[in-house]
Write a protein that binds this ligand. Structure first.
Ligand SMILES: Cc1cc2nc3c(=O)[nH]c(=O)nc-3n(C[C@H](O)[C@H](O)[C@H](O)COP(=O)(O)O)c2cc1C
Length: 238
């Protein structure tokens, strides 16, 4: 992997113009100055179906994150279903005629200094993440090339499956591998469930409300991302 991409190379890789890149840099530093005290946790939903179980799960997770410090924490949900993220640009193939690329919009949000936590959620598709989630994570190679722009941000992962044990943990591991390659600091769902992340079951009719265990993992993950990002980890009980 070429980690010494030039700025021009990065601009090409993320599919934006040099002008846009300069604008994003300015926007990022301005936003950081304007909201020095506001910390943001962003969730990215990798389902092609906007507003469905992955988005609902991330909503629960973000709510729990915000609850740690409602005055200080802002949250945002980004749905990849509503964006165009061509994965092939990650391999250096130029944008094809007629294709649109929204990656720079997400990149600008995630690299903003006020963003301290990123939660990635995907439905389980045959024991793995969706094509949308993979395309997004592959495109993040441009952020790695940009001096590891996501380094130190706290990461958590949510997987939603149509069966209770349909590959949620495998999906989480695949996403975590990509986030570790960004030098992010990963956490799992915190106590008392405390495993690799939130494992949710869509028990039918796109409904997760009966999945008591999955909902606890969502809440514990959201809280854990926030407490590590804000350095408010509770001491171990004696
Ligand atoms: C192509 C495809 C493959 C799937 N494979 C799995 C699977 O391996 N394991 C599982 O538990 N659910 C599987 N599902 C079910 C989805 O993970 C589940 O319906 C999930 O809630 C969808 O998320 P969404 O509501 O955000 O779209 C699959 C669904 C599709 C469309």
């Amino acid at each position: 992997m070429n980690t010494s991409l030039t700025r021009r190379g990065f601009v090409h890789a993320v599919g934006m113009t040099a002008g846009t890149a300069a604008g994003l840099t300015a926007l990022t530093s301005q936003a950081a100055e304007a909201s020095a005290d506001t910390l943001k946790i962003v969730a990215i939903a990798g389902s092609p179906r906007a507003g469905k179980t992955t988005a609902q799960s991330l909503g629960i997770c973000l709510e729990a994150a915000k609850a740690l410090d409602p005055e200080r924490i802002e949250t945002e949900l980004i749905e990849l279903a509503e964006m165009e993220i061509p994965g092939y640009l990650a391999a250096g193939i130029p944008l094809k005629d007629g294709d649109r690329d929204d990656f720079s919009t997400i990149a600008a949000k995630l690299t903003n200094r006020s963003v301290v936590g990123i939660i990635v959620g995907s439905p389980v598709y045959f024991g793995s993440m969706t094509y949308l989630c993979k395309a997004f994570l592959d495109r993040c190679i441009a952020l790695r090339a940009r001096r590891f722009a996501l380094s130190g941000k706290v990461g958590g992962v949510v997987a939603v499956g149509g069966v209770r044990n349909g590959g949620q943990e495998l999906t989480i591991s695949g996403i975590q591998a990509a986030l570790l390659a960004q030098e992010m600091v990963l956490v799992g769902d915190g106590r008392p469930t405390c495993h690799t992340g939130a494992t949710v079951w869509n028990s039918g009719n796109d409904d997760i409300s009966n999945d008591e265990f999955g909902i606890s993992t969502l809440k514990n993950l959201g809280r854990r991302v926030a407490e590590v990002a804000l350095n408010r980890v509770a001491p171990a009980e004696p």
